[in-house]
Write a protein that binds this ligand. Sequence first.
Ligand code: PLP
Length: 361
Amino acid sequence: MVARIYNFSPGPATLPYEVLEQSAKDMVNFQETGMGVIELSHRSKEFTAVTEQAERLLRELLEIPGNYKVLFLQGGASSQFYMIPMNFLGKGRKATYLNTGTWAKKAIKEATLFGKIDVAFSNEKENFNRVPSAGEYTVSNESEFLYFVSNNTIYGTQFHNLPKTEKMLFSDMSSDILSRRLDISRFGLIFAGAQKNLGPAGVTVVIIREDLLDRVPSDIPTMLSYKTHADKKSMFNTPPCFAIYIVGEVLKWLKNMGGIDAIARINDQKANLLYEAIDSGNYYRGHAEASSRSKMNVSFNLPSAELEQQFITEAAQKGMSGLKGHRSIGGCRASIYNAFPLEGVTKLVEFMHEFERENPA
Ligand SMILES: *Cc1c(COP(=O)(O)O)cnc(C)c1O
């Protein structure tokens, strides 16, 4: 095994070593075809099997009901910000959005181009340090759906319960899909850019309730219609083959790990270790309010910006990279997605204690 560092990057993020190793082999010769995996026709029987397996594993792991379609799209999670309203909010239709951070705000901006958007909650003034509780917002009756970002990657906040509403939910799960159990039947649509918890950049997974496809207008561009991709099983045009292949390998890895419940337990363990370290004194301060703390992205501050810089530099020298916080809130952030190993968290916690002892505030 090559020397690996602990990569706390928020995305693209660390992947299981087994997946990297297998994909390096398959890159040169896929299943004795004499061709690399990225040289196969997307319509070949070999590649069709790759896509079908990825979809099957995703359905199995997330227990996706039969009346949902799984799509593999391009354009990043950000393209879903406009595809959703373009497909579902034309002609003055209304939707409710919860503004819990940068990614929600960007989605709201795009949605406003197409429909009437009700922003039922925003805590931008508190620098997005929590998600709302059920009683804090109302969803109007005319709303088609309630849109929320299940994990706010930048601020390190996460919904620990699904928003309470009769309406169907639409959610950006880019940074926490497959990290915990989920009742898919509450959702009309879920999407996730792969590069955090699923695989490499380049593919966005969309899970969409089948009956919604009947509402897609026929006068929108073909490539931007969910119906196009659902009807053609994500093969209307050349899909992001390599990214889909890696997602399939990551899903195999996850299944071998014991699936969602097993990974959720490890995720709890990792997050608890870090939050305990933060709460053990006054040196480290978590950005998120305790009840909204994310199990995927742990954003925290040190007593000063200088100490934060020194912390990030010394951590990197000790083989822990990617700990710099997002430019919009500064400080530090440890992203600990499914593939991030427990030992890396233990090592970071040890370093946090050591750093505090050696650099008193
Ligand atoms: C990273 C991220 C995005 C943006 O993903 P792109 O694929 O770069 O467009 C959107 N939403 C959330 C929650 C994210 O973490």
